[in-house]
Design a protein around this ligand. Structure first.
Ligand code: NAG
Ligand code: NAG
Ligand code: NAG
Ligand code: NAG
Ligand code: NAG
Ligand code: NAG
Length: 507
């Protein structure tokens, strides 16, 4: 196998650049909301009048939330949090802590380079992005213009026909290097929605995509790219068409991240400062990626979420065994771990759990925002690595199976899952940070979806995340979206004719 810790090492160069792209760290009021909403759902009152109940509950929750927002300090030392953290620390997967740097086989010697380069580099064909920026398709709010299939993988159609599953993912230019590892692990079709703002980015993305497609066969073959451009940053100058490889050949195929950072450094501070003031339209991007998948099922991720090795093949077999129309409301959750940047990508679940025991991996956002994946129940998920346990045979054979179901759904649960694209869309009123992925998951839950946890497949996010101060721009976006949430919630409860006061499970 190849060494492939491509995400590590070089970050920090573009701090201001990175700050606005999709990220999942916590925010205190997100946490407060979780406390609030779980207790809210437990309210036992059942007045007859549905609308009245909704109004009362929303009013109370609004008051409390406002109160909690003002009191964010008290919220961090919340009892529930303390209790959860204690439980987690007792859990098997964080028993040993690593002090300082330690050298053994788990560690990657040279994390910033990769050995994924193909021998058969295609010298003949140079594909530039091929669109007319004066055309394109607008979103409902007319803030984003979209272009389907601006670059198409040579095997995308074939893979879409032969496999039940497609990976749908989205990115701004700053995280695009993550695709290298993703495309090497994921052997089925991939739909990537790319956010591009203004001339400088348009040209940089074009050049970087040519580089990626030149260096890496899986990217050349498997990916269908689509573009989204904000209304106030439509490129006005023509694309600098690259029609020979001479400039690309000087770029080092072992260093996708450094190559990207070099290109980004050439982008003006005027533009990066514009970008930091404008929200990344996460949900538009997710819908765009979803709609460009052609398979029955799709796995929607963010671009820096790396699938385990053999994922696509294994889950394809699993999905083939589900009778048609049997699983229209199934959401197959794939657990996500965050991984120490210094270690090698775990080759299988056993390895992942072993790294977790050493403190080199843990469930994604465990320290930052535990509700993100709490309902997945990791202590249960790791049980099948024990010889003789239920599911152990599947684990050994790399056979995907449902390990258990989610029984304690909570608001703000935010798993990555495999489902049919008939799942509710991502609501595009939420732009920027906060209430984007979790509102869609919440709607699925209200709509009666069953969340089922898969094993032994998993996904990885590079880097152990820690709580840090909330950036002001995030807070602002979060508050704006928070205001839209009440209306969203009222709408989905009406849409699915659910009574807010009743436990949701009993449909
Ligand atoms: C390729 O482009 C370079 C400039 O980037 C130019 O000097 C060179 O002549 C071109 N080669 C061909 C074969 O067109
Ligand atoms: C690319 O980078 C790697 C790692 O830094 C280095 O070993 C290699 O010599 C470079 N290749 C070229 C062609 O510059
Ligand atoms: C890429 O996606 C578009 C939009 O769904 C689709 O029309 C096109 O056929 C796809 N490309 C291939 C090669 O299948
Ligand atoms: C996790 O699973 C265990 C064992 O089945 C169960 O006792 C526990 O309540 C579950 N926890 C959550 C949060 O679902
Ligand atoms: C997982 O990978 C390790 C290291 O390559 C190997 O020893 C082990 O047999 C594998 N386990 C399973 C269940 O495939
Ligand atoms: C999970 O839920 C589905 C649908 O309700 C059910 O058919 C299945 O048996 C459950 N699986 C487990 C492992 O509990």
């Amino acid at each position: 196998m190849y060494d492939n810790n491509i995400n590590s090492g070089l970050f920090g160069v573009g701090n201001k650049i990175y700050s606005y792209s999709i990220n999942h760290s916590t925010s205190r009021d997100k946490y407060c909301l979780a406390c609030q909403h779980t207790s809210m759902l437990k309210l036992g009152c059942r007045p007859r009048n549905f609308t009245l109940t909704v109004v009362i509950i929303l009013a109370i929750s609004n008051m409390l939330l406002t109160f909690l927002l003002l009191q964010s300090e008290t919220c961090t030392s919340n009892n529930k949090d303390d209790k959860l953290i204690k439980n987690i620390n007792n859990d098997k997967f964080v028993t040993e802590k690593i002090d300082g740097v330690q050298k053994d086989d788990d560690y990657n010697d040279n994390p910033s380079t990769i050995n994924l380069i193909d021998d058969d580099i295609d010298d003949e064909k140079v594909d530039n992005i091929n669109i007319n920026v004066n055309l394109g398709k607008w979103d409902n709010q007319r803030i984003i213009k979209m272009f389907d299939s601006v670059l198409i993988g040579s095997k995308f159609t074939e893979l879409s026909k032969n496999s039940k599953i497609c990976l749908a993912t989205q990115s701004s230019i700053e995280k695009l290097h993550s695709l290298v590892q993703v495309a090497h692990h994921w052997t089925s079709s991939i739909s990537v929605a790319l956010y591009v703002a203004g001339d400088e980015e348009y040209n940089a993305v074009n050049k970087y995509l040519i580089y990626l497609r030149y260096c890496y066969k899986p990217i050349r073959e498997r990916i269908n790219f689509s573009l989204a451009i904000p209304h106030n940053k439509i490129p006005i100058n023509e694309l600098n068409i690259i029609n020979n490889y001479s400039s690309i050949k000087n770029l080092n195929c072992s260093l996708p991240e450094a190559t990207l950072v070099n290109m980004l450094n050439k982008i003006s501070t005027k533009h990066t400062s514009w970008k930091s003031k404008n929200s990344y339209p996460q949900n538009h991007m997710r819908n765009l990626a979803r709609k460009n998948c052609q398979s029955d099922y799709l796995f929607l991720t963010d671009v820096d979420i790396v699938p385990s090795i053999g994922f696509a093949e294994s889950i394809d077999l699993f999905l083939h065994n589900i009778p048609d129309n049997k699983c229209d409301k199934c959401a197959f959750v794939v657990p996500t771990y965050e991984l120490d940047k210094r270690v090698k990508f775990p080759i299988n679940k056993t390895e992942l759990v072993r790294l977790a025991k050493k403190g080199l991996a843990r469930p994604f956002h465990w320290k930052v925002f535990i509700h993100n994946q709490y309902a997945t129940n990791f202590s249960r998920w790791i049980m099948d690595v024990v010889p003789g346990s239920k599911g152990y045979t599947n684990l050994i054979n790399g056979k995907t199976y449902v390990c258990h179901n989610v029984t304690n759904f909570e608001f703000l649960y935010e798993p990555f899952y495999v489902a049919k694209d008939t799942a509710p869309p991502h609501d595009e009123r939420f732009v920027g940070y906060g209430y984007t992925r979790n509102t869609q998951v919440y709607e699925m839950y209200v709509a009666g979806y069953q969340f089922q946890i898969l094993s032994p497949v998993f996904t990885v996010h590079w880097g152990l995340q820690t709580r840090k101060g909330r950036l002001p721009w995030r807070e602002k976006q979060n508050i704006l979206n928070r205001k839209k949430f009440d209306q969203f919630k009222r709408e989905i409860f009406t849409k699915y004719e659910r009574d807010v006061s009743k436990p949701l499970r009993k449909l």
